[in-house]
Design a protein around this ligand. Structure first.
Ligand SMILES: CC(C)(COP(=O)(O)OP(=O)(O)OC[C@H]1O[C@@H](n2cnc3c(N)ncnc32)[C@H](O)[C@@H]1OP(=O)(O)O)[C@@H](O)C(=O)NCCC(=O)NCCS
Length: 336
């Protein structure tokens, strides 16, 4: 069934913010038995940013959103909707969207958080797009912000080398008539993946207790190999699928912005889809896996360095815990 579309939605501003503290692969050698060569070869990560303990996810989300609003030329009171995908929200409740709304002075906005792990940004973007297309809202903020260090076991070399902290944000707006922005999405979930990537405690199943803390159940647990295989398969399917379904050829894609979990996953997807290096956005070497922040921060980087021009085809793709995975096809509309 096709939803009734009255308006087009497009990205009009981007922003990003990262903590100052750079943690290199060499720095991690002091924490766990690992080395720069292993991390670089297996993941492509060279360094990441880690926030000071106690930093809330909202902090960098607010800074990224301010940049995105400035680029879009949008005032806080004009924002109708704030959507925050995050696996490390400030608290279980209230939603981090509320914290950010208050801090930004978006006095006319409503909003909510979205839980879709590393697919959070593409899922959240779709909810904003859908509301703009139906006319329910005109201007939205989608803010991926994470403090992954708050749920990382610094003694587990399988995971502590992978993740970083930071935020990326976009403004999504109703476009002037005739302009094409976000064109299509292709999203999936499969709960059979829940055993491979999860944080067991802190929810209603295993409320926080001395026991859950002692057992390290409030940390990320991951079966890396299984996630790796499923990520390559899932991201390839939705990337190929969305461009084929819309009659766009691989060569027409100006920028492919994959979730940045592992450089080898990205390269495998790139090869299967048939894209060249110049088409693929990368920031994993500098920031590691920042979960919901990887895609919006990469969009900001490539916008700032002048790669993206109005009208360019951009494809986003992500895979994450759940399992969740999805893609977005759009025309670039910053400055359109
Ligand atoms: C996590 C990941 C990098 C591990 O790479 P891998 O090639 O699968 O490596 P394995 O887990 O099979 O481990 C290989 C060996 O390296 C070791 N190893 C694991 N982490 C290490 C580290 N940080 N430093 C050095 N050695 C390490 C393992 O213990 C294992 O040793 P063994 O062969 O003696 O048992 C990879 O599986 C991955 O990226 N998976 C997907 C992660 C992901 O995308 N997560 C987020 C989804 S959104």
């Amino acid at each position: 069934m096709t939803a009734r579309t009255l308006f087009s939605a497009g990205i009009t501003g981007t922003g990003m913010s990262f903590p100052e503290k750079v943690v290199t692969n060499q720095d991690l050698e002091a924490l766990v038995e690992t080395n720069d060569e292993w991390i670089t070869e297996r993941t492509g990560i060279k360094e990441r940013r880690w926030a000071e303990p106690g930093t809330p996810a909202s902090k960098h989300g607010i800074l990224a959103a301010q940049q995105a609003m400035a680029m879009a030329g949008v005032e806080p009171e004009e924002i109708d909707l704030i959507v925050v995908p995050s696996v490390t929200p400030d608290m279980m409740f209230p939603a981090t969207a509320c914290v950010i709304q208050h801090a930004l002075g978006c006095t006319n906005a409503w909003g909510y958080d979205v839980s879709a792990a590393c697919s959070g940004f593409v899922f959240a973007l779709q909810t904003a797009r859908a509301q703009i297309e139906t006319g329910a809202v005109k201007k939205a903020l989608v803010i991926g912000s994470e403090v992954m260090t708050s749920i990382m076991n610094m003694e587990d070399r399988n995971t502590c080398i992978l993740f970083g902290d930071g935020a990326g944000a976009v403004v999504v707006e109703r476009l002037a008539e005739g302009l094409e922005g976000i064109i299509d999405h292709m999203h999936h979930i499969d709960g059979r993946g829940a055993d491979f990537l999860y944080m067991p405690a802190g929810g209603s199943l295993n409320p926080a207790s001395h026991d859950t803390i002692d057992k390290g159940m409030h940390y990320i647990h991951q079966e890396g190999r299984e996630v790796y295989k499923r990520a390559v398969k899932g991201m390839t399917e939705v990337t190929k699928g969305i461009i084929e379904r819309n009659g766009v050829s691989g060569e027409q894609v100006k920028l492919f912005v994959p979730h940045q979990a592992n450089l080898r996953i990205i390269e495998a997807v790139q090869k299967r889809v048939g894209l060249v290096d110049e088409q693929v956005a990368l920031n994993i070497h500098r920031y590691g896996n920042t979960t919901s922040a990887t895609i919006p921060s990469a969009l900001h980087m490539y916008q700032e360095q002048g790669t993206l021009q109005p009208g360019d085809y951009v494809v986003l793709a992500a895979f994450g815990a759940g399992f969740t995975w999805g893609s977005t096809l759009m025309r670039w509309t910053v400055g359109a």
